[in-house]
Design a binder for this molecule. Structure first.
Ligand SMILES: Nc1ncnc2c1ncn2[C@@H]1O[C@H](COP(=O)(O)OP(=O)(O)OP(=O)(O)O)[C@@H](O)[C@H]1O
Ligand SMILES: [Mg+2]
Length: 300
């Protein structure tokens, strides 16, 4: 509950977009040390004949309880950024700090949910899929792991399917299990790479809503990758816009969503649409009609 209040305080006090590092007008909680910090992060892939630069000197900070979204066109390095935070890709330059400590390898404090439906172990039941990493990585007893698995399965509405095997579930159900498994680990930061992109439009919308409800129920810190402007605005409270390949920070914005039901509110909806148009202009390098883009919002 504290985290929800803290988050709401921060939201209400930072509705005007601010460049990163500018804490003026932010609450004391928001000015606290970030959970995650990327500093001048350049990421590259080295193949025998060439070097592919995926991101160039990217900076951002994720505060506790943020739903921080990386948004940009295909190939701008979003997945690579997430993999670097997860510890799968080492920076060519710059660094990543988790609670002030440099990320050097994967760890149970960062759990990733991917887009693919096949991220569950097919030979284990749904309950076992969640309990197994709890025993391995978190050292829980068999009983504790099963209890925690059931708690999180209940949270995603799949308690009845605890003994089912993944191949008997729909894509949406599999993603719910993957989310339950990730949350059950209680990571310091939950990493999601387009987790709903392979779902049909209705299921995708429902899953976005469910993710927000899970967050409202027990706030966690989220780093979420998408190339959908609408999804970024629905899911995120902070949005980092990345330019096309290689990804550089284009701008950092707040989402105008005041809560789960903002879209029921016509005024909030108008603000939502306005912010979506603004992001579109920023991503596609178009000028704001009648005015230059807000200088304090631009990173470069
Ligand atoms: N294993 C790899 N080896 C070489 N180049 C790679 C590798 N993985 C990604 N790249 C390149 O790095 C760049 C960034 O890729 P990345 O997958 O991070 O983009 P993305 O923003 O996640 O795109 P999408 O929205 O399509 O998922 C692209 O140019 C891509 O071709
Ligand atoms: Mg990707």
């Amino acid at each position: 509950m504290d985290a929800v209040l803290r988050h709401r305080m921060r939201w209400s006090e930072s509705t005007a977009p601010q460049a990163e590092g500018n804490t003026t007008g932010r609450s004391a909680a928001a000015a606290a040390d970030p959970v995650l910090r990327a500093q001048a992060l350049t990421l590259e892939y080295r193949t025998p004949d060439r070097v592919v630069r995926a991101t160039h000197e990217v900076d951002f900070s994720v505060q506790e309880g943020d739903r921080f979204v990386l948004l940009g066109p295909s190939g701008c390095g979003k997945s690579t950024l997430l993999k670097a935070v997860a510890g799968f890709v080492q920076p060519a330059a710059g660094r990543i700090l988790l609670d002030g400590k440099q990320v050097e390898r994967p760890g149970a404090d960062r759990v990733v949910v991917f887009q693919e439906f096949d991220q569950l172990w097919p030979w284990l039941t749904v309950r076992q899929n969640i309990a197994f990493p709890l025993r391995q990585a978190r050292g829980l007893s068999r009983k504790e792991a099963a209890q925690r698995a059931e708690h999180y399965l209940d949270k995603v509405g799949l308690a009845r399917f605890a003994d089912a095997h993944p191949h008997t579930l729909s894509g949406g159900m599999k993603q719910r299990v993957a989310i339950a498994r990730a949350l059950a680990m209680r990571p310091r930061i939950l990493l999601m790479d387009e987790p709903f992109a392979a779902l049909d439009a209705l299921t995708r919308r429902r899953m976005q809503q469910e993710l927000l409800e899970l967050w409202e129920d027990a706030p966690f810190t989220l780093l979420f990758v998408t190339h959908s402007i609408e999804e970024a605005l629905l899911v995120g409270n902070r949005i980092l816009l990345l330019s096309p390949h290689p990804g550089r920070v284009r701008a950092e914005l707040n989402s105008p969503r005041a809560g789960l039901h903002a879209r029921d509110n016509p005024a909030a909806d108008a603000e939502f649409q306005a912010q979506a148009r603004r992001i579109h202009r920023l991503l596609f390098d178009e000028d704001e009609p009648g005015s230059a883009p807000a200088a304090h919002e631009e990173k470069r």
